[in-house]
Write a protein that binds this ligand. Structure first.
Ligand SMILES: [Zn+2]
Ligand SMILES: [Zn+2]
Length: 319
């Protein structure tokens, strides 16, 4: 493969493109952040020289993978009391898979087959806890004092009592209080929220590694998947070639770029080995530039460019 060198867009070109797009999408914010009270607002007053504080050169590696979607993983276990079981809606699939395109429900659902009783730990399955009867104070009986008069002079005899079983605790001396945990239902009930068993489908997945940390990595990857022909990068058939030519192709180099390429290489190997994946594109190397900017009102924002001087996309968190 001959050496290909890409020309990186320069700072002014990137800034201009951002300005045009920001003016279209966030005109008000632009005026608020860069305008001067009392004077007519014009895009010309927003210059890269003044507002770009620090440009960072980087690179991104992209390739595309077709994957057989693996069944979803993970389960959530929910535990409720008996009366709450019927408040939920359950799904049953009876071992049949579901076509994801036709499925209108959630990706994970409560499943009928997972409902199971769990003995209440608090009352050990009894449904109640016991305490001394409040009426007889645990004695199980009621003791009344008798009035007894003895002999001819009818002297009062003290301490004669008469006892009979307590009607509140039926003589047991114990009061049963419904268990606070299970509400007296002896068990708690668990059910599982499981992934819907979708039929496996083949999906295209964009893989992007960038040396400039950006929260747009997912978005850029998706855009590249659709627009790969309209963003210019350098193509390689394997990572050996990429490793050899990357520095020369970019015309600049740093530790982060080196790390990114090596990380992308390991990722690529992982997909090569994975039976559920097939790499469906060449490997692309894109110049990436990060402009760390600050508005006139001292609000920080960033502009990213990916691609060459002739074809590049920009991303920004300005507004
Ligand atoms: Zn009692
Ligand atoms: Zn209980």
């Amino acid at each position: 493969m001959p050496d290909v060198k890409v020309k990186t867009p320069n700072l002014d070109e990137i800034f201009e493109k951002w300005k045009t797009s920001a003016n279209r999408k966030h005109h008000k914010a632009l005026e608020a952040q860069f305008g001067t009270k009392g004077s007519v607002f014009s895009l010309d007053i927003i210059s890269a020289a003044e507002y770009v504080k620090n440009p960072v050169k980087g690179a991104a590696v992209y390739f595309s993978v077709k994957q057989t979607a693996k069944p979803g993983k993970g389960k959530d276990e929910i535990i409720v009391t008996g009366p709450r079981v019927s408040k939920e809606t359950y799904y049953t699939f009876k071992g049949k898979n579901v076509d994801k395109d036709n499925w209108k429900g959630a990706e994970r659902v409560p499943t009928l087959e997972s409902i199971a009783a769990v003995q209440c730990k608090t009352c050990k399955g009894k449904g109640y806890t016991e305490d001394n009867c409040r009426s007889c104070k645990g004695k199980g009986k009621v003791e009344d004092e008798l009035t007894v008069l003895e002999g001819e002079d009818m002297a009062k005899v003290k301490g004669k009592t008469f006892s009979y079983p307590c009607a509140i605790c039926y003589g047991s001396g114990k009061d049963r209080i419904p268990c606070k945990e299970c509400g007296g239902h002896q068990n708690l009930y668990k059910y599982e929220i499981l992934p819907v068993p979708f039929k496996s489908a083949v999906i295209g997945v964009p893989i992007l590694h960038s040396s400039v940390q950006t929260k747009y990595e997912k978005e850029i990857g998706k855009d590249l998947q659709d627009l790969i022909e309209s963003v210019e990068g350098i193509r390689f058939n394997n990572f050996k070639a990429l490793n050899e030519k990357a520095e020369g192709s970019l015309g600049y180099w740093n530790k982060d770029i080196k790390k990114t390429i090596s990380g992308a290489g390991s990722d690529f190997k992982k997909y090569e080995k994975d039976k559920n994946s097939k790499i469906t594109s060449q490997i692309y190397l894109f110049p990436m530039i990060l402009l760390e900017c600050m508005t006139k009102k001292n609000k920080k924002f960033e502009v990213y460019s990916i691609g060459s001087e002739t074809n590049f996309m920009i991303y920004s968190n300005f507004a």
